[in-house]
Structure formats: structure tokens, C-alpha cells
Design a protein around this ligand. Structure first.
Ligand SMILES: [Zn+2]
Length: 189
């Protein structure tokens, strides 16, 4: 069952009137999930986030993508989640302005293509343009499962998940949780 509430709050960007809409939606194999959208009427600020309705342990999910079917694996990503694809050198950091979403791996790859500005590239190359072109080509190939890659979702609050029979689920240890939270406070959470 879906329940939606709206309220007017101060925009974090311009302090103008922003509308916060929250819905609770049941995600199969994840549970009740809070979807929120903040949209400012005065500037263009628009932010989606997602979090679990109940307290969950700090968790790491990982899945090997090796077929077109694997691309339909569902991903729950919160603003507190770190998403990594080592084979592509992609790492999406948690941040208050990091968008939360519920999509599948193909949708994730499309979002990565759309939001290069929020994506940190691990690999350092002199020619950034060349790297970007190379990455776009690799992501296009990944979207048709032309090569195998791994998707990792880590969340110190258990707000992120990968949903598939193939996905591996591990509890994060204390040191890993400490490191993730330290990174989050450094990034402005
Ligand atoms: Zn605003």
C-alpha cells in the first residue's frame, strides 16, 4: 500500500519554499521503503532520496554481472550508499546531494552516463576527455553484458541493497562501518 504525505520546508539551496513529498512503498525482498522528493518552487533544486523504513544492519552487497538477465538485478541506492563498479573504475560516493533511487543495473549504468559530474573516477589519466570517451564506450558495452563486471553496494545504515538470487550479502565489520561513516562526514553528511 502506498501512503504519500507532502509538506513545505525551506529549500536547502535558496531558503525559498520547497515541497517535500514522502511515500512509503514496499520493495519485494527489501521491505517498506521511504521514497522522498524535495522540489523547490523558486530555484531548480530537485532531489530524490530513498531509505529503509526499519533499522537494518550495515551491509555490503555484491553481484557479478555476466549475462543480459543479470542486468535486470534490482538496486536500492540511498544518499548514504557507496556504489562501486571496479572493472569500470566507477565509485559513487555518499553525499547529502547524492540522488537515491530504485532501479536495475541497466538503469544504474544509464544514471552513471547521465551524471558524470557526480562520479569520481579511480583511474587517473592525463587526458580526461580520452578517459571519458573510453568509459562511455565501456558502459555502452556493459549495458549489453558484453563483458563481466561486479557491482558493489555498501551502506552503513543498511539503506542500500542489490536484489537477486545471485547477489552476495555480507555484514560490514566495525572498522568498515567506521571508515564509511568517516568518509560520509568528510563529504558533508
Ligand atoms: Zn530553492
Amino acid at each position: 500500500m502506498e501512503k504519500t504525505v507532502s509538506m513545505v520546508i525551506a529549500c536547502p539551496n535558496c531558503k525559498g519554499k520547497a515541497v517535500m513529498t514522502e511515500s512509503i512503498i514496499e520493495i519485494p525482498y527489501f521491505g517498506k521503503t521511504l521514497f522522498s522528493n524535495l522540489r523547490c518552487q523558486e530555484c531548480s533544486f530537485n532531489l530524490n532520496d530513498i531509505s529503509s523504513d526499519s533499522e537494518k544492519p550495515p551491509t555490503r552487497f555484491s553481484v557479478k554481472i555476466s549475462s543480459e538477465k543479470d542486468l535486470t538485478t534490482k538496486i536500492v541506492k540511498s544518499s548514504s550508499s557507496t556504489v562501486k563498479i571496479p572493472e569500470l573504475g566507477v565509485r559513487i560516493e555518499p553525499a547529502p546531494a547524492s540522488e537515491g533511487y530504485f532501479t536495475n543495473i541497466e538503469g544504474l549504468l544509464n544514471k552513471i552516463l547521465d551524471s558524470f559530474s557526480f562520479t569520481y573516477f579511480e583511474e587517473e589519466e592525463k587526458d580526461a576527455k580520452k578517459l571519458k570517451e573510453k568509459l562511455i564506450k565501456q558502459i555502452e558495452q556493459a549495458k549489453t553484458a558484453k563483458f563481466f563486471f561486479t557491482v558493489i553496494v555498501e551502506d552503513p545504515f543498511g539503506n542500500g541493497a542489490l536484489i537477486s538470487d545471485k547477489a552476495k550479502k555480507e555484514k560490514l565489520n566495525e572498522k568498515e562501518v567506521f571508515e564509511l561513516k568517516k568518509r560520509m562526514s568528510f563529504l558533508g553528511h
